[in-house]
Design a binder for this molecule. Structure first.
Ligand code: NDP
Length: 329
């Protein structure tokens, strides 16, 4: 049986070509769960995979797509039945395992969670790994004792996928959110998501060479890394907590120990890839209910496989706002 997928190939001169191809089910990797994908979404990691970043994908030809939602075609383990609606994210999907930028995926059934009742296929991919990662960041802040009364929470990269989801979820959870962005003209978008205040990227990193900065944030969700993360740590209030999940600015973290030893600040790593099954299940239920972003539809831009080339270029230059949902119907 044939289906359509985005296929990335490595050429002899080490370039990466992306084309939409017909593939057959026999091309898919082994796994007990076969899913007809309805929607996927575009994450920064997909753009890295699609352009041959060896930290994400080493073997080509390959179909990226770390997110997928759809209907079960067959499940050899018996964990799901034909017609069940499942979300597949995390683990190796879209990295070395062919992912959601194809109309079918075959994966271990342990990678799938039930699509919650009050989420549509499309909504679940608007959330996707970005929503899951933002939700995990908020859960970690809560478990670290950062409550809404503690003060303002900073979100960096606020117009991007994880950032915009974090703004929306924190706001729904009752926090006063300060959104940091490098873009101008997105005040209305961020305010609609729930940001109480918007500041520029430059304001976050101003005077960052100092050993410590004025105490501002009760907590923060950082997707940028590098000098931004260092500045956020230096301006976090006594006892505050910062979560770190991304590297769009830099993978480096040149820091001193003062925020940790003089202010008791904590830095918590967030990883959605190996996130335990029970936590993923809990987070999806919350994303479908009390944490469901109020204006999810406003955050979505939909494209087809043919439109992905343009969106991949946009996400690599930090030009995406909200979430790109990929329609595979
Ligand atoms: P997006 O591109 O959608 O969002 C990133 C945002 O960061 C941009 O929109 C921009 O927002 C800001 N930004 C971009 N470049 C820079 C820069 N050079 N300096 C400062 N800010 C910048 O990406 P995602 O939301 O999909 O992913 C964000 C990060 O989180 C990535 O590094 C990704 O790999 C990581 N991630 C990690 C996960 C994990 O499990 N640890 C899971 C999911 C994502 P603005 O213009 O508003 O400032």
């Amino acid at each position: 049986m044939k289906f359509r997928a985005l296929v990335v190939e490595k050429t002899a001169d080490k370039r990466f070509l992306r084309t939409i191809r017909e593939r057959s089910l026999a091309d898919l990797p082994e796994g007990d769960l076969l899913v007809r994908v309805h929607y996927s979404s575009l994450n920064y990691k997909d753009a890295l995979s699609a352009t041959g970043h060896p930290g994400v994908t080493r073997h080509f030809p390959h179909t990226p797509g770390i997110d997928a939602v759809g209907e079960v075609v067959s499940c050899d383990s018996g964990a799901f039945s034909a017609g069940d609606r499942v979300i597949v994210t995390s683990y190796d999907l879209g990295m070395e395992t062919d992912g959601g930028f194809g109309q079918y995926i075959r994966v271990p059934s342990s990678w799938a969670v039930w699509l919650p009742e009050n989420l549509t296929f499309r909504e679940s991919m608007a959330l996707g790994t970005a929503g899951l990662t933002a939700a995990l960041s908020v859960l970690r802040l809560q478990r670290a004792g950062v409550h809404p009364e503690a003060g303002e929470i900073l979100v960096t990269g606020a117009t991007g996928g994880v950032g915009s989801m974090a703004v929306a979820i924190l706001s729904r959870a009752g926090y006063r959110v300060v959104a940091s962005t490098g873009k101008s003209g997105y005040e209305e978008f961020l305010t609609a998501l729930g940001a109480a205040r918007i500041i520029s990227r430059d304001e976050v990193t101003a005077f960052a060479e100092k050993p410590l900065l004025a105490e501002k944030w009760a907590g923060a969700v950082d997707v940028v890394g590098g000098a931004t993360l260092a500045a956020v740590l230096k301006s976090t209030r006594y006892g505050g907590t910062v979560t770190c999940c991304g590297l769009v600015g830099s993978t480096e973290l040149n820091m001193n120990v003062y925020p940790f030893i003089l202010r008791g600040v904590s830095l918590l790593g967030v990883d959605s890839v190996q996130c335990p099954y029970d936590i993923r299940q809990e987070l999806w239920q919350r994303l479908a209910s009390e944490w469901k972003p109020a204006h999810l539809e406003r955050m979505i831009r939909e494209c087809t496989l043919a439109g992905l080339e343009q969106e991949i270029a946009a996400i690599l230059r930090g030009g995406i706002t909200g979430r790109v949902v990929v329609n595979l119907l």
